[in-house]
Design a protein around this ligand. Structure first.
Ligand code: UN1
Length: 512
């Protein structure tokens, strides 16, 4: 593997920073534990990164606090201008960062580049947003009174991100938080720390050139305990967490225990309904990309297809043919469609779920298995597979982060919608149909219960312009587009009396 960025040769150190501290010069590793980052593509150790100690963490949060005092005073459009410059940097380093994402995380190079494109897109979005942090004005019930609301920055935003979108999800949070006047403390996944440090490095020049105070962009690294420090810390106004439902519940409880704010984007169990009125030429590629893209490790991955009985066999045959064409291999080689899963633990989860499906009586239409031999030494390559299953089986009810697709059958659309909604999660959903009544029924109040519901588009690959997130065990948070920015600000209602009397609301009189 040729070096993509100059990969560090000594443990790298996160921190407060405008980023200057973390590249390889630091040698004080002795007192720090390190995280080893291995590439699932070839099993190579690509970096050692310091784990933040509690005192590192406290120093970072203190620096972030003092940065907030200054940053909130910078006019929002000016903050937007700084984010615009960051977008330019990500354009400049798109190939390098996309390649590093692909190498450290294992998604295909195309998808690594796509992820960086999401950063660029959210930067553009945030620039516009920086001039649109609108509050409403209201007509007061009292004479000579004016009412309005304003949005003010919150303070420190803690960002806990997952390995599967190691950089894009940070950017959805950070870019909006920054234009809103907040400062960010990012805890990246311990499986992908290097991509996080690379992002910090990429924006350093912009932070420096604009004299942005030290502490506006911070990174802390480590595992669960570091996440807990953020969740329990009353200095952190908002904790935005992306990852498993288990992790989200722990974060939500800890943050709620101090009445802080959390924004949760957790597991999905996304289904595509394929109607007898579907255009299968559209449906099949959408299903395949949704199920095998990022080796089944997106929270929007298509995990279930619910197929009308009249087209069921046709869909099955077409999927078999499509899956037979899938090429599995090194994600950096663009001739392959499917890369590895993140690590051997993920391979074990894939295997355990497959065994469970077989025990329940599931039949595999496309067989699962490990891919071994030359080029697959990391032990992280698995075959995308399809099983005929029942919606009620425990394995089908949970999210296994792997390319396993379940085929379910339906007769009536009501039954299809009941199956689609009949899981604990509620992130993304889709219907393929050319029948307008079916499409509208799916989107109606009694249709999909998910945060994302699509027609003739798959479940994954959402654009940043919409609000991203879901219901039920997905956690209820909304990130990225639409009015998701409001989560990063505090709303203040103002009533101003410009008259000469003191009338009370609700018609109350209070004579002195
Ligand atoms: C995630 O998997 O956490 O919609 C995010 C998509 C991507 C984002 C997924 N834009 O598939």
């Amino acid at each position: 593997m040729q070096s993509i960025l100059p990969l560090p040769t000594q443990p790298v150190k996160p921190g407060t920073s405008t980023g200057q501290q973390f590249w390889p010069s630091d040698t004080s590793a002795g007192t720090h534990k390190t995280i080893d980052s291995f590439s699932p593509a070839d099993g190579q150790l690509i970096a050692r990164v310091h784990v933040s100690t509690r005192s590192d963490y406290d120093r970072v949060v203190e620096t972030a606090q003092s940065a907030f005092a200054d940053w909130r005073l910078v006019p929002a459009p000016r903050r937007g201008e700084i984010v615009r410059q960051m977008g330019e940097q990500f354009r400049r380093y798109k190939r390098e960062l996309g390649t590093l994402v692909s190498y450290e995380m294992g998604k295909s190079l195309q998808e690594g580049l796509g992820e960086v494109q999401e950063i660029i897109d959210i930067c553009d979005f945030a620039v516009g947003q920086s001039r649109q942090l609108y509050g409403l004005s209201m007509h007061s019930e009292r004479p000579a009174h004016r009412m309005m609301e304003q949005y003010h920055p919150l303070g420190i935003v803690g960002i806990i991100s997952a390995f599967n979108f190691p950089v894009a999800v940070w950017s959805w949070n950070a870019m909006l938080a920054w234009v809103c006047g907040d400062v960010c403390v990012w805890k990246p996944s311990e499986k992908t720390p290097l991509t996080a440090l690379a992002c910090q490095q990429i924006i350093t020049e912009v932070l420096r050139n604009n004299d942005v105070p030290e502490g506006v962009s911070c990174i802390v690294t480590g595992g669960r305990d570091v996440g807990e420090w953020l969740a329990r810390d009353p200095r952190v106004a908002l904790v935005s967490a992306t990852g498993s439902t288990k992790m989200g519940k722990a974060v939500a409880e800890a943050v709620a225990g101090r009445l802080g704010r959390s924004l949760l984007e957790l597991g999905g169990n996304n289904a595509i309904i394929v109607s007898e009125h579907a255009d299968l030429d559209l449906a099949i590629p959408a299903i395949v990309f949704g199920a095998v893209g990022t080796a089944g490790q997106r929270c929007t991955t298509t995990r279930r297809i619910i197929v009308q009985e009249r087209v069921y066999d046709d869909v099955k045959e077409r999927l078999k043919k499509a899956y037979a064409q899938l090429r599995i291999g090194n994600p950096l080689d663009e001739s392959f469609h499917v890369g590895p899963v993140i690590d051997r633990q993920a391979v074990s989860a894939y295997q355990a779920t497959i065994a469970e499906i077989r025990e329940s009586g599931g039949r595999f239409v496309v067989e699962p298995g490990l891919v071994e031999g030359l080029g697959f030494e990391s032990g992280c390559y698995v075959k995308p597979c399809i099983a005929e299953a029942e919606n009620s089986w425990p394995a089908v009810q949970r999210e296994t982060f792997a390319p396993i697709l379940y085929m379910l059958k339906f007769t009536t659309l009501d039954d299809a919608i009941a199956q689609q909604n009949g899981v604990p999660q509620g992130l993304s959903s889709a219907i393929f149909t050319l029948n307008m009544r079916e499409a509208e029924r799916f989107l109606a109040v009694s249709g999909s219960d998910c945060g994302i519901a699509n027609v003739n588009i798959g479940t994954s690959g959402a654009e940043i312009g919409g609000a991203f997130g879901g219901e039920k065990e997905t956690g209820g948070g909304r990130e990225s587009g639409s009015d998701a920015w409001k989560a990063y600000m505090r709303r203040q209602t103002n009533t101003i009396n410009y008259g000469t009397t003191m009338p009370l609301a609700q018609g109350i009189t209070f004579e002195l």
